[in-house]
Write a protein that binds this ligand. Structure first.
Ligand code: 5CA
Ligand code: ZN
Length: 368
C-alpha cells in the first residue's frame, strides 16, 4: 500500500496522526491475516509551501524539512505507528519522477507552456472516476489545493503541472525536461509505480487528497501504463478544531509533540483517535483526553488482575470489528465490555488478562 506522506514544514498535528493511524490499522489487520505488507510513504521534501515557510522563517528549506521529518517520525514512533517499509523523499527521486513525466509527454498527453510541462486533462480517459465531482467542484478545489486554474495559456483550466521549469532563486535539477522541479501529483505516481509497480492494492491519504491529488495521480499512471495505479483507494475523514479542518495553512493545530511535552501519554492520544471511525470527519475537543485516559485506566486495571473472563470472544469481536471497514469504535467497545465484566463479575481464566493485553497491543497498537 501507498499512503501520501507529509510535507515537512510544520510538526505532525492530530490530523496527520489520525490519517497514519488509519493506515497503521490496515497494516495491522493485514499482518494479522498473515500477509507481508509492503508499505510505501513519500515525503514531499520539496514543494511551494515548504519553500515559502523556509523563506518566511529564514532557514534553509533542507534544514526545515529535516527538522520536521525528525519530529514527525518521533511522534509516529511514540504513537506506535508501524513505520512504512520505505519512506521515499522527492529530492532523492527526481530522476524517476522526471522519467515518468517524459514518458507521459511522449504519449502526447502533455504539452509545454513557457517551459513548464502540463498534463492535458482532456487526455485523461477516466478523469473523475475517483472523485465523482462536477467540473465546477473540480475547478473550485483545484484552485484551493495547489492548482492554477487561472493560469493563462492552458488548454483547459484543470490541466496540471508535471514539471516546473527553473525559476530564479528556486531549487532545480537537471532532467530530460530541462532544469526544474517536479509538480506535486507526479511525485506520488512515480514513487508508487517505482516501488510498488502498477495496480497495487491500496492507495490513500486524507480526504483532502481525493481531488485533485489522487484523481490527477491516477490519470498519470493510467496514461503511462494503460491501467489503474491502485485497485482501491482509502480516504480518511478530516480532523477539525473550532469548526475548521486542522491545517497548516489555517494554523489551528494541535500538535502531537506538544501534547507529549505536556505529559499526555501517547497511548491515551492513540485511544482518543481510535474512538473515531476513520471515514467520519470529527472535531478535536478538550473532552477527548479525559475520556481516553479513563478507558486506558480501566483496561489496565482489568488486565492486571490474576484472572478474568475468557478473552477469546473479545479477540474475535475486535477482529470482526476491524474487518468491518476498520470499525475501531466497535473494537474499543468490545474491549470495554470484556474489561467491565473482568472488573465487576471477574473470571477464573488465568490466561485471559494476558490474551486481552496482547489483543489490545497487537491489533489496536495500545500498550497496557
Ligand atoms: N505531502 C502531501 C501528500 S503527497 C500532503 O498532503 N502533505 S500534508 O502534510 O499536508 O498531509 C499529510 C497527510 O495528512 C495527508 O494524507 C493529508 O491528507 C493528511 N491530513 C492533513 N490534514 C489532515 C486533517 N486535518 N485530518 C486528517 N488528515 C489530514
Ligand atoms: Zn501524495
Amino acid at each position: 500500500m501507498y499512503a501520501c506522506g507529509i510535507t515537512p514544514y510544520d510538526a505532525a498535528h492530530l490530523g496527520h496522526a489520525f490519517t497514519y493511524l488509519t493506515f497503521d490499522l490496515v497494516n495491522r489487520v493485514w499482518r494479522d491475516a498473515g500477509h507481508d505488507v509492503d508499505y510505501v510513504q513519500n515525503t514531499t521534501d520539496i514543494d511551494d509551501p515548504l519553500l515559502e515557510r523556509a523563506e518566511a522563517i529564514g532557514v534553509d528549506w533542507r534544514d526545515l524539512a529535516h527538522r520536521e521529518i525528525d519530529v514527525f517520525r518521533d511522534d509516529m514512533a511514540a504513537l506506535r505507528i508501524i513505520p512504512p517499509t520505505s519512506y521515499v523523499g522527492v529530492v532523492e527521486s527526481v530522476d524517476l519522477i522526471s522519467d515518468l513525466a517524459a514518458r507521459i509527454r511522449d504519449t502526447g498527453a502533455a504539452y509545454e507552456l513557457d517551459g513548464d510541462l502540463y498534463f492535458s486533462a482532456d487526455e485523461a480517459p477516466e478523469f473523475g472516476a475517483i472523485s465523482h465531482l462536477s467540473r465546477e467542484e473540480m475547478l473550485d478545489l483545484f484552485g484551493q489545493r495547489g492548482g492554477d486554474p487561472q493560469r493563462e495559456g492552458k488548454k483547459n483550466p484543470l490541466d496540471w503541472l508535471l514539471w516546473r521549469a527553473e525559476r530564479p532563486g528556486e531549487p532545480a535539477w537537471d532532467s530530460p525536461l530541462g532544469r526544474g522541479r517536479p509538480g506535486w501529483h507526479i511525485e506520488c505516481s512515480a514513487i508508487a509505480l517505482d516501488r510498488l509497480g502498477p495496480a497495487f492494492d491500496l492507495n490513500g491519504g486524507g480526504s483532502d487528497l481525493i481531488f485533485p491529488h489522487h484523481e490527477m495521480g491516477a490519470a498519470e499512471t493510467r496514461c503511462a501504463t494503460g491501467g489503474p495505479n491502485a485497485h482501491n483507494h482509502l480516504h480518511v475523514g478530516m480532523v477539525g478544531l473550532d469548526g475548521e479542518k486542522m491545517s497548516k495553512s489555517l494554523g489551528n493545530l494541535v500538535f502531537v509533540s506538544k501534547l507529549r511535552e505536556q505529559g499526555v501519554e501517547p497511548s491515551v492520544i492513540r485511544v482518543a483517535m481510535l474512538a473515531h471511525h476513520y471515514r467520519s470527519p470529527w472535531e478535536w475537543t478538550d473532552a477527548e483526553l479525559p475520556v481516553a485516559c479513563e478507558r486506558v485506566k480501566r483496561w489496565r486495571a482489568a488486565t492486571s488482575l490474576g484472572s478474568g473472563p475468557d478473552a477469546a470472544p473479545m479477540l474475535a469481536a475486535v477482529r470482526a470489528a476491524l474487518a468491518e471497514d476498520l470499525d475501531s469504535p466497535g473494537a474499543l467497545a468490545a474491549v470495554d465490555a470484556w474489561a467491565d465484566t473482568a472488573l465487576t463479575v471477574g473470571g477464573t481464566d488465568t490466561s485471559a488478562p494476558g490474551l486481552a493485553r496482547a489483543t489490545v497491543d497487537t491489533l489496536l497498537g495500545v500498550e497496557l
